[in-house]
Ligand binder design. Structure first.
Ligand code: SAH
Ligand code: SF4
Length: 377
């Protein structure tokens, strides 16, 4: 039998594991601190564990991380890592630095089965779910690369968003386990407001989510009516918009504190969903949902068949929503030169040079939009 990988086990499961080998449960807290606060991977160096326990752990267990294949840095400071997971597939992880904070965007699956028509990950098809070790391993690798495990070193990663490759609610248990490590005080200790799960609407799982974890919720809406959304987000045919909004409201209503808001993500695609009547319909649709709206200019990729929203259409769309009383942020396109922007993640190993050439050809066409917030959460 292979070794047990302890990297992805949240506190409760690690306590059960220690129990199963006849050890006291508090060992779990000690081990979690070693792995996720000290960045220690060698049992022999975990000095507050007895020698015999260290030997047992080395014999039976491992702390196995995915492997960094490459790291690109964009001219705007955005970083993108290509990471190899077991079986040889690659996933991508992106870090977006901001003035006061930094957001790490991590993947939950290799590919995605939901096939949204405007998403590069969807076009790639579904390969497999990531394990909780592979999900939390992304945060570990990023923290390590920023020297966050060293004493007194500044915390660069203040926010984590499950907005990389994959649909997190299609990999429910592993995503919940890894998010609980993100929140765990003895691990990364991130605030629940700064860990965000984004979903395109897997409703049975969204309805369960609030029973097991309390994080921020972002819903990928992209259209104000079922006809249009059916053509962009195929899962809408199974779980239509009105039910999606009810479930999202149900999620925040389960949370102990009031004042919670859902982030509504709306990717604006030229002439598809960016017309004034769409904005008005959206304003009407969301009137009973405590929310803020995050507009995402569509990021182009080869073969998508769609074009990015124009600045004029984006501004009109935003102004209509603002005049209806909504808080609206516009997500700036970051890391475009390294294809690290939303929906451009496809785990490609060999397209770096091609992409950078393409970007140089295109950069002249990109006009600045009024920046309200980078990620907009
Ligand atoms: N599967 C989840 C999370 C990953 S996608 C979801 O769909 O919510 C993260 C966000 O990027 C989603 O809002 C998604 O709709 C958006 N997105 C996907 N492709 C995009 C593209 N080409 N341009 C802009 N945003 C895109
Ligand atoms: Fe999957 Fe999200 Fe892309 Fe849709 S937008 S295909 S749900 S990753």
């Amino acid at each position: 039998m292979g070794k047990v990988n302890l990297l992805g086990l949240p506190l409760g499961k690690l306590e059960d594991f220690f129990d199963s080998i006849g050890e006291k449960k508090f060992r779990a807290t000690q081990l979690i601190k070693w792995i996720h606060q000290e960045g220690q991977r060698e049992f022999s160096k975990m000095t507050n564990l007895s020698k015999s326990l260290r030997e047992t752990l080395a014999r039976k267990c491992e702390i196995k991380l995915p492997e960094i294949v490459s790291c690109d840095e964009s001219s705007d400071g955005t970083k993108k890592w290509l990471i190899k997971v077991d079986g040889g597939s690659c996933i991508e992880m992106v870090f977006i630095p901001e003035r006061e904070r930094g957001t790490l965007c991590i993947s939950s699956q290799v590919g995605c089965s939901l096939d949204c028509s405007f998403c590069a990950t969807g076009k790639q098809g579904f390969h497999r779910d990531l394990t909780s070790a592979e999900i939390i391993g992304q945060l570990w690798l990023a923290a390590d690369s920023f020297n966050q495990f060293l004493k007194n070193s500044p915390r660069k990663i203040s926010n984590v968003v499950m907005m990389g490759m994959g649909e997190p609610l299609m990999n429910f248990d592993n995503v919940v386990d890894s998010m609980s490590l993100m929140l765990e005080d003895n691990a990364y200790g991130l605030s629940k407001r700064r860990v965000t799960l984004s979903t395109s609407g897997v409703l049975p799982m969204l309805d369960k989510l609030g029973d097991v974890i309390d994080v921020s919720l972002a819903i990928s809406l992209h259209a104000p009516n079922d006809d249009l959304r059916n053509s962009l987000v195929p899962i809408n045919k199974k779980y239509p918009i009105s039910k999606f909004i009810d479930s999202a409201r149900g999620y925040i209503e389960k949370m102990p504190d009031n004042h919670r808001k859902v982030t509504v993500e709306y990717t604006l695609i030229d002439k598809i969903n960016d017309r004034r009547h769409h904005a008005k319909e959206l304003a009407q649709l969301l009137k009973d949902l405590p929310c803020k709206i995050n507009l995402i200019p569509f990021n182009e990729f080869e073969g998508s068949g769609y074009k990015k929203v124009t600045n004029t259409a984006l501004n009109h769309f935003r102004d209509i929503l603002v005049s209806e009383g909504y808080t609206v942020t516009v997500r700036t396109t970051r890391g475009d030169d390294i294809a690290a922007a939303c929906g451009q993640l496809a785990g490609n190993v060999n397209d770096r040079t091609k992409r950078q050439k393409r970007f140089k050809e295109r950069i002249q066409d990109i006009q600045p939009v009024k920046v309200l917030d980078t990620i907009g959460l």
